[in-house]
Design a protein. Structure first.
Length: 159
């Protein structure tokens, strides 16, 4: 796991730097006399810095791990989980968004994603019902809060 953490940390650090640079190079709105603190790239720059900090912390913590060499990167179930995640995310981006409203597309995707990764297949009926209820609550909470956030705070018109 230590090797996987180090590889992930390097990828996250590169992504954080790219977010910061992309936010820094975005067009400014000073020509329209808009306050400099409301630049369009401010949020990506902040997220880039936070992601880079978390990547450095992840890389640093991977050296204290004593599991060195015990588990390979993407062994066994990791490949299937990676493929399932890619299928779900691609289905959300290419299939649901644009075909359904943002709220319903996000609710369906979040429900499916949470259910696939939290449903105990061999568990008791009670545990399965709890997983379904939790996935449903999470789906509507994420869909509602993200659509309110984008519409009201970021002033984005959602599909």
């Amino acid at each position: 796991m230590a090797l996987a953490d180090r590889i992930s940390a390097v990828v996250f650090l590169a992504l954080g730097i790219a977010l910061f640079v992309g936010g820094w190079t975005m067009d400014r709105l000073e020509i329209r006399r808009i306050h400099p603190a409301s630049i369009p790239g401010l949020v990506p720059m902040i997220l880039g810095v936070l992601l880079a900090i978390c990547a450095v912390l992840l890389f640093r913590s991977s050296y204290t791990d004593t599991e060195r060499g015990k588990v390979g990167v993407l062994v066994g179930g990791s490949w299937s989980r990676l493929g399932l995640t890619a299928i779900l995310c691609t289905g959300y981006a290419l299939g649901l968004v644009g075909w359904l409203s943002y709220f319903w597309a996000t609710a369906i995707f979040t429900f499916a994603f949470a259910l696939v990764f939290s449903l105990p297949v061999d568990g008791a009926r009670r545990d399965q019902a709890i997983a379904v209820a939790g996935s449903l609550a999470l789906a509507f909470g994420v869909a509602f809060s993200s659509s309110i956030l984008f519409r009201e705070l970021f002033l984005v018109r959602l599909p």
